[in-house]
Write a protein that binds this ligand. Structure first.
Ligand SMILES: Nc1ncnc2c1ncn2[C@@H]1O[C@H](COP(=O)(O)OP(=O)(O)OP(=O)(O)O)[C@@H](O)[C@H]1O
Length: 751
């Protein structure tokens, strides 16, 4: 063999490699360099394995051999590194194929996987709060899964998948070489052993069937989304290598990171469904939805990188990448740098949506002296005004929401327009007389803010939207050649270019109508103009929009992610229960749901813990945190329903000598500390272990909601839905351990 070769790493091969000693890892690093340069290098002892036309071994060091799958031409895939005694003795143990359903390349070592599944001494029972396969000591918990393993279950006398024929499993995409082993599985622990080493689709299908999904549901939710788009030739490895279902690294850095134990899998192994969305060419705005932890943010990051790669040269910021919170924008910047490097990042403007709006307004009105206030401060201003006016018919919150959502939200400028305005989703209907009075109060409120040189983020967003719409209008007349005067032409010239070539939005469910109008006006309609990721189940700022009516038509360009990479199956199940029977929209007048949402990670079930008083609840928090001394402080977080409780938790932990820090608008102040914050602050974050405290009636939902129960039933429903979403967001931040506690009467949302 002559010349250079490519060497890619197959997903899951890294799991075994990670367990090897440092020496061997060092040797692998040297090996892959030598191999790429020249597989013919005699020192590599490169040779084909008997009976396996595509499988080769090569020498890593005296003891270890690399197994390489030849994908045609000079392309090789590193599928395993093994001790030489495990390579040559029983060559039948190795099986590889192109999966006829997904078209992806799969490799299994039947001996290792069988040991993992069936050998009792090797089967790791799942320690409390840990992902399957994660190496760590167990902490004890009352409802640990292990207990299930110890008690023989009478229904398990049969094998778990006896009800399904081989043909049915194969149609769902299960790897054929594993059928024999699957037929022997009798317990859930054995299944979890298999899941860790089996190809991804096999794992997902088996877990979904085990969860009681029907064949049709599994086909629909698990298999169809990753089915190859083209007909699969199971002999054509070159074609298979190019398909998203073949999970391989394509660059050297990843292998290096695997060897250094610092491997950010998200940077490399996209799920086929994720990859399709990242690389697809859309004819207009597109949307990706999916439950918490399904990788929506990861997809937006890869999408941004992909879009930059398709841009021509230039150093302008051609792509806008925006999200709701300030700290999340900072996080996106950091992660884009990690994923794609500074050259890519410098083509992208990364900014939270309200900051963007303030920039637009400040650009047009340099030297403006106004200060921006958030909703809490805006509410105080309302309350002061109502007090001064002796007005008691409506409270500040109602009026603030009416002004923000109905008046500003629909850009209503006159009393007459307000009389005609739609008030969808705003609860109790109001008479013409009421509208007249509300309009007057709103005018007084606006004047009050003007006098104090204040404005709310919503006002700024609305103003920015109007400015951008005007800019777009001018651009259109310029392009249509309708600007005749030379002076005007020159001035319009500044405006003639759209601000961005592409816009990517994360946390889309929380943007308001004004935000969307601004974004729509910033970019002309066209291919790949706007890409948005969001989950309406996680909407926590009460912004309900219909994208279609705002000029963002995503119909036919929506897809959904369903596999959670963050949280365990047990936490996910409990979190879904918190959502109750509510209905959820799709940002576009339709419905959304979380069907098919699942996880291949397993751990213990969430712990529900009552306490007699708030004081006792705080004591229990201290005790729990002390027990979790096997993880870094920063992998633990405590979430509270009300702001005042943040300091109370912080103080109590402080007194116990445990360092804790509040999560502010810009993120946590300290990193080596337990993070404490309100539910809103946890949006988009994740922690290994979480305690949700104060999940009691009166707090979740807040007693505040109760006042609408009789007077305004629709508003009441919205308040409850928002409270459920907040709790859902908080609970799904936990990667592997979740504790929920309360004092007094437990929240009605809890089981
Ligand atoms: N393809 C992947 N491979 C490995 N890890 C992944 C992959 N996709 C996502 N993850 C991991 O899953 C976790 C959740 O991802 P991400 O934050 O993108 O989810 P999300 O859908 O945006 O969640 P949320 O809606 O809760 O904000 C992260 O730790 C991320 O690194």
């Amino acid at each position: 063999m002559q010349g250079e070769a490519t060497l890619r790493l197959l997903d899951k091969a890294d799991k075994e490699i990670l367990k090897l000693s440092r020496d061997v890892k060092g040797a692998i690093y040297d090996f892959q360099h030598k191999f790429r340069k020249s597989p013919a290098n005699p020192g590599l002892h490169f040779k084909q394995l008997k009976g396996h036309p595509r499988l080769y071994s090569a020498r890593v060091n005296q003891e270890y051999r690399a197994l390489l799958l030849h994908a045609g031409e000079s392309d090789y895939i590193l599928v395993a590194v093994k001790h030489r005694k495990d390579v040559y003795d029983n060559l039948d143990r190795f099986a590889y194929q192109i999966n006829p359903v997904t078209g992806g390349i799969e490799f299994v070592d039947l001996v290792s996987i069988e040991k993992q599944v069936l050998d009792e001494t090797l089967v790791p029972s799942v320690p409390a709060g840990k992902h399957v396969g994660e190496e760590t000591s167990a902490s004890s918990a009352p409802n640990e899964k292990k207990a299930r393993h110890a008690t023989p279950d009478p229904s398990v006398s049969e094998t778990l998948f006896a009800a399904f024929t081989a043909e049915q499993l194969l149609d769902l995409g299960v790897a054929e070489p594993l059928l024999g082993l699957i037929a022997k599985i009798t317990t859930e622990d054995e299944l979890l052993g298999l899941v860790e080493y089996a190809p991804q689709l096999t794992a997902e299908v088996l877990l979904a069937l085990h969860d009681g999904k029907t064949l049709d549901e599994v086909l629909d939710q698990v298999t169809t989304p990753v089915t190859a788009e083209d007909p699969v030739d199971v002999e054509d490895y070159q074609a298979a290598l190019a398909r998203p279902a073949t999970q391989v690294t394509t660059d050297d850095t990843a292998l290096q990171e695997v060897l250094e134990g610092d491997f950010g899998r998200w940077r490399v192994f996209l799920h086929p469904t994720q990859r399709k969305v990242v690389e697809r060419n859309y004819s207009g705005p597109a949307r990706i939805s999916g439950g918490p932890g399904t990788g929506k943010t990861i997809v937006t990051l890869h999408r941004v990188k992909h879009l930059v790669d398709t841009l021509g040269p230039g150093d302008d910021k051609a792509i806008l990448f925006t999200t709701f919170n300030k700290n999340l924008a900072a996080d996106l910047r950091q992660r884009l740098l990690e994923l794609a490097g500074a050259e890519v990042a410098k083509r992208v403007e990364i900014v939270n949506i309200d900051k963007l709006a303030t920039q637009i307004v400040a650009e047009a009105e340099p030297g403006g002296r106004r200060r921006w206030i958030d909703d809490t401060k805006a509410l105080l201003e309302w309350e002061d005004l109502l007090l001064e006016q002796g007005e008691t018919r409506w409270d500040g919150e109602f009026l603030h929401a009416e002004w923000s959502h109905v008046i500003l939200g629909q850009a209503i400028n006159s009393r007459a327009d307000y009389f005609r305005a739609r008030r969808a989703g705003r609860g109790r209907s109001i008479s013409r007389e009421d509208r007249a009075a509300i309009w007057q109060l709103v005018e007084r409120y606006i004047k009050r803010l003007d006098d104090k040189e204040l404005w709310t983020f919503r006002q700024v967003a609305e103003r920015a939207a109007r400015m951008e719409i005007e800019r777009a209008r001018q651009r259109a007349s310029y392009e249509a050649g309708q600007v005749s005067s030379v002076k005007l032409q020159r001035e319009s010239g500044i405006w003639h270019r759209p601000r961005y070539r592409h816009i990517v939005v994360d946390e889309a469910q929380d943007l308001s109508a004004a935000h969307w109008k601004m974004l729509r006006a910033m970019i002309p309609e066209g291919p790949n103009d706007i890409f948005l990721a969001g989950d309406t189940h996680q909407r926590i700022y009460g912004n309900y929009v219909s994208l279609g009516s705002l000029g963002i038509n995503i119909r036919g360009r929506s897809s959904k992610l369903t596999l959670s990479y963050r949280t365990t199956h047990e936490i996910l199940g409990a979190a879904l229960g918190l959502l109750g029977q509510e209905e959820w929209d799709d940002l576009d007048d339709g419905h959304d749901d979380l069907s098919g949402y699942r996880s291949v990670l397993h751990g213990m079930r969430p712990i529900l813990r009552p306490a007699s008083t708030w004081d006792a609840e705080l004591d229990a928090v201290v005790e729990q945190v002390r027990e979790w001394n096997d993880v870094a402080l920063a992998s633990i977080a405590i979430c509270v329903p009300e702001r005042r409780m943040v300091a109370e938790v912080e103080n109590r932990l402080g007194k116990a000598g445990i360092v804790a820090t509040a999560i502010g608008a810009e993120g946590p102040k300290l990193y080596d500390a337990i993070h404490v914050g309100t539910m809103h602050r946890f949006k988009g974050l994740e922690y290994q272990r979480m305690i949700l405290v104060g999940v009691a009636e009166g707090l979740v939902p807040s007693h505040h909601a109760a006042q609408y129960e009789d007077t305004d039933p629709l508003r009441y429903r919205r308040e409850l839905q928002r409270a459920r979403s907040l709790l859902f967001v908080a609970a799904t931040r936990a990667r592997d351990t979740l504790v929920i506690s309360w004092h007094g009467q437990k929240s009605r949302f809890l089981p």
